[in-house]
Design a protein. Structure first.
Ligand code: AMP
Length: 249
């Protein structure tokens, strides 16, 4: 299973990424964690990126793309699955990630979008700030990171939607409920990913399921929508059919 995640800060992508990785026994590649580790170890790279992290700005693309290339090579050696958490963050990264993955025959099967509204995200991030003392969890920096998400990261969601390989989930609910929904959707896709042709794919939108998820009448038509290469180039996306995606993430 090859999954990439697109989510605003505070939506729980770290937790859900770890859950997916454990469930499918695949590497969890979290660019934010890798960068924070460099900062903590005071490596040369850590010194270069520290200011960006503290200000809630994106670090230069080439730094994270080198990390992704390395991660893809290791993931390929380990069995070819992965869950990417934190990248791509803008259109250039999305294109480059796709190109790197293509070279290695490692393009993603699923683009998982976690949706949550800003007020809830700010509330969660401030709570996390009190617990974890992350240097980028002050209210100013949080607002900046959210604005950055809406401006440069969110637009890539629609590519994946147009391509029909997007799974959107409502991340406003408790983490366990969101996690169950994600795993159920990915399990269905996992078994069908290589069987359904591109033209038969369509977006999976689970955001309306809410508390009904898991009940007999609450399940979406997940079998009809199966992913191929999630991290498509924009040129591909432009020719694909439109999908209903809203910017509430
Ligand atoms: P995260 O833990 O994913 O919220 O990332 C924390 C911080 O790491 C971000 O606010 C950025 O400063 C940096 N970062 C993580 N991933 C990327 C990326 N793909 N591109 C640029 N900066 C990133």
């Amino acid at each position: 299973m090859r999954v990439l995640m697109v989510a605003p800060p505070g939506a729980g992508k770290g937790t859900q990424g770890a859950l997916i990785a454990t469930h499918f026994d695949i590497p969890h590649v979290a660019t934010g964690d890798l960068l924070r580790d460099h900062v903590a170890r005071q490596t040369e790279l850590g010194r270069r990126v520290r200011g960006h992290l503290e200000q809630g700005e994106l670090v230069p693309d080439e730094i994270v793309l080198d990390m992704v290339r390395e991660a893809f090579v290791s993931a390929k050696a380990a069995g070819s699955g992965y869950v990417l958490d934190g990248i791509p963050r803008n259109i250039e990264q999305a294109r480059a990630t796709y190109r790197i993955a293509l070279q290695l025959d490692m393009t993603a099967n699923v683009a998982l979008h976690l949706q949550a509204d800003d007020d809830e995200l700010v509330r969660r991030l401030l709570a996390r700030a009190a617990l974890e003392h992350r240097s980028d969890d002050t209210e100013d920096v949080i607002r900046k990171r959210l604005a950055l998400y809406h401006d440069v990261t969110y637009p890539i969601v629609s590519w994946y939607g147009q391509r029909g390989i997007l799974v959107s989930v409502d991340a406003m609910r408790p983490l366990e409920a969101v996690g169950r929904e994600i795993l159920a959707a990915l399990e269905v896709m996992h078994s069908l990913v290589d069987l359904i042709p591109d033209e038969a794919r369509r977006t999976i939108d689970l955001t309306g399921l809410g508390a009904a998820f898991g009940s007999a009448d609450g399940s979406a038509d997940m079998t009809a929508a199966v992913a191929g290469s999630a991290d498509a180039a924009p040129a591909d996306a432009a020719s694909a059919k439109p999908a209903a995606v809203t910017d509430s993430g």
